[in-house]
Design a protein around this ligand. Structure first.
Ligand SMILES: O=C1C[C@@](O)(C(=O)O)C[C@@H](O)[C@@H]1O
Length: 247
């Protein structure tokens, strides 16, 4: 087994100890986001994710003000900003250049710790490098909302995420049968045993995949996503339930 570098943000060590619980914020307005955060603060998630594809990103000064507020309310917990594209199950419709510009603008604000970059985005390696230069860490992600690709493909994607220098890799698939869940967990276990030199996380979505959200850490997953006011992906459980049920 390789030595896994942990990723540290203030006093949160990702890749060590308990799996970190990440709560996804999906409200569409600043006021609702504020209410959502105030409600969730008492549940003490480890990490926050702002799903930027749920808001209108055309007014950038508005986005930066909202980001600044989210940062203030959630600090010192680590904050991830994610703009999930429609190709990967989100609402984001920006074209490639605008997607890259947006992520770089966000990174340069220094108001978050991680930016999510989709593995199959254009010039992904350069984009990751530029985000690093701007002082932000990168979660490289890939989502298949239709199916679970074969195990070898899943391992290839996880390895590629670290090869292109993401700080953390993240893979989400949709299982159609129980065997798909086993396939994902098997891929994670092999990744952990043979290849991983940094943290990664995997999840199978939907009810069938819920077990991967609750017990994925036994197979190498460093964190798990929980729902804020409502789930940002199928199968997410509310934070408090997740805390009670983690296996
Ligand atoms: O990539 C992920 C994982 C996720 O899709 C899930 O299945 O929990 C939820 C998203 O908000 C996050 O960006």
């Amino acid at each position: 087994m390789k030595k896994v570098k942990t990723v540290e943000v203030r006093d949160v060590q990702i890749g060590q100890g308990k799996p970190k619980i990440i709560v996804s914020l999906i409200s569409a307005t600043r006021q609702k986001l504020q209410q959502e955060i105030e409600h969730l603060l008492q549940k003490q998630p480890d990490i926050w994710e702002w799903r930027l594809d749920f808001v209108d990103v055309h007014d950038q000064s508005d986005i930066f003000e909202t980001l600044s507020l989210i940062r203030e309310l959630t600090f010192p917990s680590p904050l991830i900003v994610t703009y999930r594209t429609v190709q990967e199950g989100g609402h984001g419709r920006l074209r490639s250049d605008a997607y890259k510009d947006l992520l770089l603008q966000i990174a340069s604000t220094q108001l978050c710790d991680f930016i999510d970059v989709e593995l199959f985005s254009e010039d992904v390696k350069d984009l990751i490098h530029a985000i690093h230069q701007a002082g932000c860490k990168v979660i490289v992600s890939n989502h298949d909302f239709e199916k679970t690709p074969p195990k070898e493909e899943l391992i290839w994607r996880l390895r590629e995420m670290q090869f292109i220098n993401g700080d953390i890799g993240k893979l989400a698939v949709m299982p159609k049968r129980a065997h798909d869940v086993l396939c994902l967990l098997d891929a994670a276990d092999q990744m952990k045993t043979l290849y991983a030199d940094r943290p990664f996380l995997v999840m199978a979505m939907g009810d069938l995949g819920a077990i991967t959200r609750l017990g994925g850490h036994h197979f190498g997953s460093c964190a798990t996503f929980a729902a804020g006011s409502s789930p940002s992906a199928p199968g997410q459980l509310p934070v408090d339930l997740m805390k009670q049920l983690l296996l």
